[in-house]
Design a protein around this ligand. Structure first.
Ligand SMILES: Cc1cc2nc3c(=O)[nH]c(=O)nc-3n(C[C@H](O)[C@H](O)[C@H](O)COP(=O)(O)OP(=O)(O)OC[C@H]3O[C@@H](n4cnc5c(N)ncnc54)[C@H](O)[C@@H]3O)c2cc1C
Length: 305
């Protein structure tokens, strides 16, 4: 079986920064596995500004940050179109790539698989299954990678900072959101974000809940409940944003112990398996890309002191 010193699962900001810092410290035989055709993670399809290679928000666009990361990691062993399917019982990885399905093992494995937004089904929203209901990830991929114009008058649902980033995507599309339905929830963005939304001309509606999505072949309206009263709002799409959860497909079978929606880790990013580490947004929170990169550099010091 192919064996390596370190395997990193995921070539987003966290995984690539871990790989780069490891190689800069002299570590050898580090391999990064990425299921997409190109490395860079989520920033590849966040066409708006707000990214930086340091911890806070910055002025780079996501694609610019992704290409900077790709440039910095040129020459490293980064295998794209390569999906890790599972951890086997003996701790190796089953992997699908153009070579078919193979098994590969490592002394140390880093899980840097990122997050995903809670689906419509898990949000318990009623109504019909219709074209025009999407999450932020799908929207940004369709717009920035696919060049699509999926709507003109959407309703944005959510109150996290990523909900407001969706408004920037709408601006890029010259679409006019009917409202931002700032449902109460965890991780709400600071209140000045809603001031920014109003500056962009979007009405922010608080204290409401999306009950159902209506339409025949496409979205025509939503039903919301606000202060005990139901109301119908016409729109042509619904973007369900936020409520990020760790990408748990590789450990939802109990391979790693969990802490709520994420793998349980100690200070040194160690999971419940002695040779498996977790870093970046897979830890369950949507952090800035720069913070995930800083975590990657910290983890490299743990792996290769
Ligand atoms: C809509 C949106 C807007 C954002 N805006 C900003 C912003 O303005 N500024 C900012 O700093 N941050 C922003 N962020 C956050 C930033 O994108 C993330 O913090 C950062 O991408 C997290 O890096 P990561 O490496 O942990 O995960 P990701 O970027 O998600 O990378 C994880 C990688 O792992 C791969 N992967 C997953 N599972 C497997 C598997 N089984 N096998 C192989 N590969 C796998 C994925 O394909 C992906 O490439 C935004 C995020 C979103 C969703």
């Amino acid at each position: 079986m192919e064996h390596h010193s370190v395997i990193i699962i995921g070539a987003g900001p966290a995984g690539l920064s871990t790989a780069l810092a490891l190689c800069q410290s002299g570590a050898k035989d580090v391999v990064v596995l990425e299921r997409e055709t190109q490395a860079g993670g989520i920033p590849r399809h966040c066409g708006h500004k707000g990214f930086a290679p340091y911890k806070n928000f910055g002025l780079m666009t996501g694609p610019n940050l992704a290409s900077l990361l790709r440039e910095q990691t040129t020459g490293l062993d980064i295998r794209t179109s390569t999906t890790v399917l599972e951890f086997t019982l003996r701790g190796s990885l089953r992997v699908h790539s153009t070579q078919g399905i193979t098994e590969i093992s490592a002394d140390k494995i880093v899980l840097a698989a990122g997050t995903r937004e809670t689906s419509r089904a898990a949000r318990l929203i009623g109504g019909n299954k219709l074209k025009g209901v999407m999450n932020t990830g799908e929207l940004q991929q369709r717009v920035y990678l696919g060049g699509e114009h999926p709507f003109r008058r959407p309703v944005i649902v959510g109150s996290e900072w990523v909900s407001y980033s969706t408004l920037l995507t709408c601006r890029h599309l010259h679409a006019k959101p009917v409202m931002l339905l700032a449902e109460d929830g965890e991780n709400a963005a600071p209140s000045y974000f809603s001031f920014g939304a109003r500056l962009l001309g979007t009405k922010v509606v608080r204290g409401a809940k999306l009950i159902a999505i209506r339409g025949n072949s496409a979205v025509e309206a939503i039903e919301i409940e606000r202060f005990g009263k139901q109301q119908t709002v016409e729109c042509d799409a619904v973007v369900l944003t936020g409520k990020f959860r760790s990408e748990d497909a590789l450990y939802s079978n109990g391979y790693l112990e969990r802490n709520g929606y994420a793998p349980a880790v100690t200070d040194g990013f160690k999971t419940s398996k002695p040779n498996v580490y977790a870093v970046g947004n897979v830890l369950g929170h949507l952090e800035t890309a720069g913070l995930c990169m800083a975590q990657g550099r910290e983890l490299a010091k743990v792996l290769f002191p």
